[in-house]
Design a protein around this ligand. Structure first.
Ligand code: 5GP
Ligand code: MN
Length: 341
């Protein structure tokens, strides 16, 4: 991952005048990487004398509640007025951890309405949209690692406070599945070493994020694996579904099914896994894969979505049964085209 000096200089110019109103946008269903990168970037910008608001479309999962500064993040769904005011008053808008305004749902239009603000992308998803300045690095394992490298280059690692280091570590840890997925470069681990020097306590953060679930989630997980996981294509492709009445039964809170989709990949033969979870207006589709199986391609082709090669998502606007049928048919076609190896 090579950050060009031109881009760094362009960014330096954009934030050179202190006292600007800056908005940092995170994506719908914000995760550890979206929240962590936004909080760290917000802090460094505030230290440059800017007024900064972080905005997300809906609430982050409760296992991130402990993060420093998270209580100041504006949640559009519960505080529409504050979000609108901040976006319309912004001189500069940073879009972190998503690649196109459409990932913000109706908030995307609002961001588009502010025609004065320059828009800067800092992201690691494939196929980015148009921005005034773009830091798009699909081979960065997380947006937090990308923000780390930008901070390192612009301000030096001494500018990283302990709380910034903690925020950055959360995204690096969660987006790599606790350092188990792809793009695990020597540079990433050097960055982690620096974050430890800046005060990160790794076991504590691991515990805060991964051992903070409710009893309901543990029981829901057992239920999903035991009762809902299905294997097709000779045991090489998995899927699971979660309906609203099942969520109610286990006192579901947002974030509770996070990671379930990965679990099927612990089965040796499984190369691709899907999770369908009912939302108010649509079914959320989560996809994961191993090695060369490209779920970004699959999500784009069959579920109007996208993401990364081994982790992608999309939406379905038909019933659960129709969604599952569509998935089974699509997997068949995908396999026939040779995409399942
Ligand atoms: P998750 O399964 O954790 O919700 O999402 C996995 C990856 O897919 C994330 O990188 C996320 O940004 C991407 N993704 C999830 N849903 C969508 C979607 O509806 N559209 C696009 N383009 N990407 C998505
Ligand atoms: Mn990310």
């Amino acid at each position: 991952m090579e950050l060009s000096n031109d881009k760094i200089e362009a960014l330096r110019k954009l934030i050179a005048n202190p006292g600007q109103n800056i908005v940092i946008m995170g994506h719908t269903n914000p995760d550890g990487d979206a929240v962590g990168s936004a909080l760290a970037w917000a802090e460094i910008l505030r230290r440059q004398g800017h007024h900064v608001d972080c905005i997300v479309p809906n609430k982050y999962p409760y296992f991130l509640d402990w993060m420093n500064g998270i209580e100041e993040v504006i949640i559009h769904r519960t505080d529409e007025e504050a979000a609108r005011k901040a976006i319309m008053g912004a001189d500069l808008i940073f879009c972190l951890d998503f690649n196109a305004l459409s990932r913000l749902e109706n908030l995307g239009e609002l961001v588009g309405e502010n025609t004065r603000a320059k828009r800067v992308l800092i992201d690691h998803h494939l196929m980015p949209g148009e921005f005034d300045l773009s830091f798009s690095f699909p081979d960065s394992s997380s947006t937090c690692y990308l923000v780390y490298t930008i901070i390192e280059k612009m301000f030096g690692v001494e500018a990283i406070t302990t709380r910034m280091a903690e925020s950055l570590y959360v995204g690096m840890m969660t987006d790599t599945g606790n350092f188990a997925f792809s793009f695990l470069t020597p540079e990433l681990f050097r960055a982690v070493a620096v974050l430890i020097e800046r005060g990160v306590n790794i076991p504590q953060i691991h515990n805060n994020v991964y051992n903070a679930y409710t009893e309901g989630r543990a029981r829901l997980f057992g239920y999903c694996i035991n009762r809902k996981m299905e294997l097709i294509e000779n045991g090489t492709v998995a899927y699971m579904s979660l309906m609203e009445h099942e969520m109610r039964r286990f006192q579901f809170q947002q974030g509770d099914s996070e990671g379930f989709v990965n679990y099927a990949l612990s089965i040796k033969k499984v190369k691709m896994s899907a999770m369908f979870s009912a939302h108010r207006k649509f079914i959320r589709v989560s996809l994961r894969s191993r090695g060369e199986v490209d779920v970004n391609l699959f999500a784009r082709k069959y579920f109007n979505g996208g993401g990364h090669k081994n982790a992608a998502g999309g939406k379905s606007f038909v019933t659960m049964q129709e969604t599952i049928d569509h998935y089974i048919r699509s997997v068949r076609e995908f396999a026939e085209e040779g995409h399942l190896g």
